[in-house]
Design a protein around this ligand. Structure first.
Ligand code: UD1
Ligand code: CA
Length: 454
């Protein structure tokens, strides 16, 4: 059978109390629906169809995969109505897998099991037993244990509410039957909606086998309806990510104080201190040490690098043996060769530094190329911007720049040259010479400080 996936994402998400569509709220830095689409893609379906509605244009902009069919559900009349909007696009010989855009942690393996159990004349239903089933549709079984129907929380009587097996909102259903059952739905229920869940009763009446797949991981099927649930899933997801890292051999000083919002590859004996956030794609070499209160996004960090506390690192490549921070800020386009030292309160942007160079204190280095074995003194600033355009500063090998120097770009500091402290360098400097722009120090003997007028 062909596989068609439908992702329901038209709902308003009232309980989020947000101006943003619910499915765009983020889990680990990605919209909820992105997680669902990623899980869907692992099944290599013939097509993926997303039902959108409330502020749908925003949802479409967030998910730009080319092979997705977007179907508008202008009025949100219920999950059954939502699926019905897609059916004209679905072939008769397809198996339809229905997913919810607000159930982000559904696992590809569970979906595979669910699909493998359904065929042209049977369907699959994903259920889970919850200690607190409140809010979910309950799975009603007959005396033989066969599924009879699903009752929504709002339509359930006191006895039904005690049932702990709930509907996860994920189904695999053959298209021909689904099409027929959808036409039979009504909205005669507590919410006045066309419930997709009512097709289960229709299938049972026709004696079509309903295969239930039970997952014992309740987080996998947990829907995000409000922000407390979003936070619960975020914490669960983070625990999983951090555990994986520790099992791969990383020392994490406090697993509850590391957040991973992307992918992390690690070498041997990496160590990560508390309150660290890793975002995007990160590669950490052997023995990398990350200090506390550090944020790193999209970085490739070589062996034996030490990042000291309170550093913010974004889109950079750091060579082996470098030492960064504390309080360093490395902005996009920073490329450091081996054994470079970037100290406290140094900001760098779009700059290359060759091996062994040191920028130890209080500097701004932007749009620059720094050679090897350079020493840049405290408070050195590259003046790369004239208010309209940006220019480059080139600092060649073995340069020594005295403290509190401004390098007004475009400018080249020649190899081996020394710049006297407090200089403002506006012209290229010759190699191996001392250049300085200070006036000579003088002393006025007997000079009096001004006095306050009486
Ligand atoms: C639904 C199920 C419930 C199940 C739960 C699992 C129904 C009637 N109930 O309840 O049995 O336990 O999911 O999480 O299906 N949506 C649309 N258009 C609509 C209405 C909803 O696209 O007209 C989308 C929502 O955006 C959401 C999904 O369908 O992604 C589920 O809708 P929601 O209102 O959250 O249903 P639940 O009350 O959670
Ligand atoms: Ca829901």
């Amino acid at each position: 059978m062909k596989l068609s996936i439908i992702i329901l994402a038209a709902g308003l998400g009232k309980r989020m109390r947000s101006e943003q569509p619910k499915v765009l709220h983020q889990l680990a830095d990605k919209p909820l629906i992105r997680h669902v689409v990623n899980a869907a893609l692992t099944l290599k379906p013939d097509n993926i169809n997303i039902v959108y509605g409330y502020k749908g244009e925003q949802v479409r902009k967030a998910i730009i995969d080319t092979h997705i069919n977007w179907i508008e559900q202008a009025q949100q009349l219920g999950t059954g109505h939502a699926v019905a909007q897609v059916m004209p696009k679905i072939a008769d010989d397809a198996l339809v897998l229905v997913l919810c855009g607000d159930v982000p942690l559904i696992s590809p393996t569970t979906l595979q099991t669910l699909c493998s159990q359904a065929d042209a004349n049977s369907l699959g239903l994903l259920t889970v037993e919850l200690d607190n089933p409140q809010g979910y549709g309950r799975v009603i079984r007959n005396a033989q244990g066969q599924v009879e129907r699903i009752v929504e929380e709002k339509d359930a009587n006191a006895n039904q509410k005690k049932i702990r097996e709930v509907n996860a909102g994920v189904y695999s259903i053959p298209a021909t039957h689904l099409r027929r059952w959808l036409a039979l739905l009504n909205n005669d229920n507590a919410q006045g909606e066309y419930y997709l869940t009512d097709i289960i009763a229709l299938a049972a009446q026709e004696n079509l086998p309903i295969h239930t797949t039970q997952t014992d991981n309740s987080y996998e099927v947990m829907g995000v309806n409000d922000r407390t649930q979003l936070a619960t899933l975020e914490r669960y997801y983070q625990t999983q990510q951090v555990n994986r890292l520790m099992l791969a051999g990383v020392t994490v000083l406090d697993p509850t104080r590391l957040d991973i919002r992307g992918t992390v590859q690690t070498g041997h004996d990496v160590s990560i201190d508390v309150n660290v956030i890793l975002e995007g794609e990160i590669i950490l070499g052997d023995r990398v040490k990350i200090g506390p209160h550090t944020v790193i996004r999209n970085a490739k960090i070589g062996d034996d690098v030490e990042i000291l506390s309170h550093s913010v690192i974004d889109d950079v490549v750091i060579g082996a043996g470098c030492c960064i921070g504390p309080f360093a800020r490395l902005r996009p386009g920073t490329l450091l060769a081996e054994k470079v030292k970037i100290g406290n309160f140094v900001e760098m942007k779009k700059s290359k530094v060759d091996h062994g160079s040191k920028i130890s204190h209080l500097s701004y280095i932007g749009d620059s190329e720094v050679g090897s074995d350079v020493n840049i003194g405290a408070g050195t600033i590259t003046c790369n911007y004239d208010g309209a355009n940006k220019y480059k500063t080139i600092i060649e090998d073995r340069v020594f720049i005295g403290s509190d120097t401004q390098l007004v770009a475009p400018v080249t500091v020649g190899a081996g040259s020394t710049i006297g402290a407090g200089s403002t360098i506006t012209k290229n400097t010759p190699p191996d010479a001392l250049t300085l722009t200070r006036t000579r120090q003088e002393t006025i003997v007997g000079w009096q400080r001004p006095r306050k007028k009486s």
